[in-house]
Design a protein around this ligand. Structure first.
Ligand SMILES: Nc1ncnc2c1ncn2[C@@H]1O[C@H](COP(=O)(O)OP(=O)(O)O)[C@@H](O)[C@H]1O
Ligand code: SF4
Ligand SMILES: [Mg+2]
Length: 317
């Protein structure tokens, strides 16, 4: 079966200037990323802030164009799709539900807008679909006439999810969908997303800087560092028996998903490198607790290590 998402050797370079009189320099936000998401699964993409997660998400959504490489959604190159075609295949749920909702429109108008744009159904049919969708995301009938500023953060994110799902896309790109919410509602929204994924047979590219969040929803996990994937595999394998020192360090920084598992790895030292000055060799070497001389000169390639996992480290395993 055609995978719902195929990312083939994708690189994104931005031309940036540090100061007004500085020359322009090239910043590699995403560096040669390849990944596949089978239909009906959830690929969790994790890594520290600035590692390139949102840039990759925007390219999957067709909001940015890769400098190199190609992205296919449902077997079709994203670059070849028109805006409307793309909207039927892939939809986003972003971090901040407030800035993504029009404050002057009611919840019903916001959720129904994609149906209007695509000319789907008669007016009464659209109203029925909007009502069904609001119920599906756990909003009450009375919320249909409300405006975004009358809702809580969690309710607003439910509206954003309803709008993303109303066209029944095959792929949903969730970019830190719970990061802006109060801790108390993060779990509710995460559970809702998991429920909808199972109920509607959706596929998610699910982005978070938090491994504990990814653990709750992902079937596959891709760990990103400075624009590169460093470890990819089944969620269970990557999150309970990680092979890459970076994944190990990330895991030791969060409450372990499986208590008592006694994960290896020292906490992360140093800070995330400047993407304008990436370290030579393995990009993780200045922070790696087990780095050797070769790490400072030779970049490791992603290699298959164990049951379905790939790891980019000279000394993994
Ligand atoms: N439009 C842009 N122009 C220049 N640099 C950008 C742009 N978007 C992102 N970047 C840079 O690309 C890198 C990756 O950013 P981003 O994809 O937002 O990371 P993440 O979502 O993992 O925090 C960062 O160094 C960021 O500053
Ligand atoms: S290649 Fe070297 S520096 Fe990079 S993660 Fe592996 S051991 Fe650490
Ligand atoms: Mg981001």
């Amino acid at each position: 079966m055609t995978p719902i998402l195929e990312i083939r050797g994708v690189t994104k370079r931005y031309s940036v200037r540090r100061g007004m009189f500085e020359p322009k320099r090239s910043l590699m936000a995403v560096a040669g990323v390849s990944a596949t998401l089978p239909r009906g699964e959830v690929l969790g993409l994790v890594g520290e802030s600035g590692c390139g997660k949102s840039t990759l998400a925007k390219m999957v959504l067709g909001l940015e164009t890769p400098t190199e490489g190609e992205i296919l959604v449902d077997g079709r190159p994203v670059a070849s799709l028109g805006r409307l075609e793309r909207a039927r295949l892939v939809q986003p749920v972003f971090q901040d539900p407030y800035s993504s909702l029009n404050p002057r429109r009611t919840v019903a108008a916001i959720v129904g807008q994609p149906l209007d744009v695509h000319g789907e159904g008669t007016a009464p049919e659209r109203r029925t679909r909007v009502a069904e969708m609001l119920a599906l995301v756990g909003l009450a009938e009375r919320h249909a006439a409300a405006y975004p500023n009358q809702l809580s953060g969690g309710q607003r994110q439910r509206v954003a999810i309803a709008r993303a799902l109303i066209l029944r896309p095959s792929l949903v790109v969730c970019d830190e969908p719970t990061s802006a919410l109060d801790v108390s509602v993060q779990a509710q929204i995460l559970n809702l997303l998991a429920e909808l994924q199972a109920k509607l047979g959706l596929s998610y590219l699910f982005i978070s800087h938090n491994l504990a969040v990814v653990y709750l929803i992902a079937t596959r996990v891709a760990v990103m560092y400075l624009g590169r994937l460093v470890e990819v595999g089944q969620a269970e394998t990557v999150l309970t028996a990680p092979d890459h020192p970076y994944t190990q360090a990330l895991l030791s920084a969060v409450p372990t998903p499986k208590p008592g598992r006694g994960l290896p790895g020292a906490p992360l030292k140093g800070s995330f490198p400047n993407p304008l000055d990436p370290p030579p060799g393995c990009p993780f070497h200045p922070r790696c607790p087990v780095a050797q001389d070769v790490c400072a000169t030779t970049p490791p390639a992603l290699e298959s290590k164990q049951a379905g996992s790939t790891v980019a480290c000279h000394f993994a395993g």
